[in-house]
Design a protein. Structure first.
Length: 268
């Protein structure tokens, strides 16, 4: 804990003072390269939170890409953001959270109102615009977080809507890349079911309690596994494509939780 306090005071906080104003301006200008500050922000955040990150596979590059992932904790965002230049899709409530909302906006997150079906078109249009510009957009496809022992059914609505939006934008195909987040070890030991409550943000636990447990907890091993991208071509069955991605994420999560190797995933 002493290390984290010193790290925050002498490294993390000075970084925020210098680079947050720079990112505020940069993210609003139509120029490339703005990703490196959020990437560094998440990298330092991972150190501060005690996340030891292992990356398997490689993020897709060069084509419009929608990354679909499972979701365990808010620390997923820090871990993923530290290893990939990516735009997150977040629920609209996040934009109103103190500090978190401001930092999320600096990363140009796309917000979705889950309580308004009519908001889906605006969200998918924004997602399509980002992907058409060459950005990768990440969707936590379960629609909520879970404790990390299994994967909830993926929702295909935004995937299908993104497909249509991309077609309207003139793109012939979109890549769908499954991504798995796993927390296999805590303080070097395999994570049991009860230990997962110290990582995941479960119902019945306040934000403050979860943050306190993360900050006072030990080193958390996080594995970020990028699966093989699948093409979501014109006329493709978006439900099948979404289901295939769900099955792949579940397969990787089970293997990682068991400590098994994923030899097909190679980091470039």
């Amino acid at each position: 804990m002493i290390f984290r306090v010193l790290f925050f005071v002498f490294v993390y906080f000075p970084f925020l003072l210098v680079f947050v104003p720079m990112q505020f301006v940069w993210s609003r200008l139509p120029i490339p390269g703005w990703h490196w500050i959020p990437r560094m922000f998440h990298t330092l955040g991972a150190i501060f939170l005690g996340l030891k990150i292992t990356v398997l596979g490689t993020p897709a590059h060069g084509k419009p890409t929608l990354v679909v992932s499972n979701h365990i904790s808010w620390t997923d965002i820090v871990a993923i953001g530290s290893v990939a230049d990516i735009t997150f899709v977040a629920k609209k409530e996040v934009a109103k959270w103190f500090f978190v909302g401001f930092m999320s906006s600096l990363q140009r997150s796309v917000y979705v109102d889950r309580n308004r079906r009519t908001d889906a078109r605006r969200t998918t249009s924004e997602m399509a615009k980002r992907m058409a510009a060459g950005e990768a957009v990440l969707l936590f496809a379960e629609g909520q977080s879970d404790i990390g022992t299994h994967v909830l059914p993926f929702r295909s609505a935004l995937v299908g809507a993104a497909q249509h939006a991309m077609e309207e934008a003139g793109a012939r195909e979109v890549l769908i890349q499954p991504l798995t987040v796993a927390y296999p070890r805590l303080q070097g030991l395999p994570v049991g079911r009860t230990d997962r409550n110290l990582i995941a943000w479960i119902k019945g636990k306040s934000v403050g309690e979860n943050i306190r447990e993360i900050l006072t907890g030990g080193v958390k091993d996080v594995t970020i596994a990028f699966g093989e991208p699948k093409v979501l071509a014109h006329g493709a069955d978006r439900k099948k494509v979404t289901k295939d991605a769900e099955v792949e994420v579940r397969r990787m999560l089970v293997a990682l939780n068991r400590g098994e190797q994923l030899p097909v995933l190679v980091r470039d």
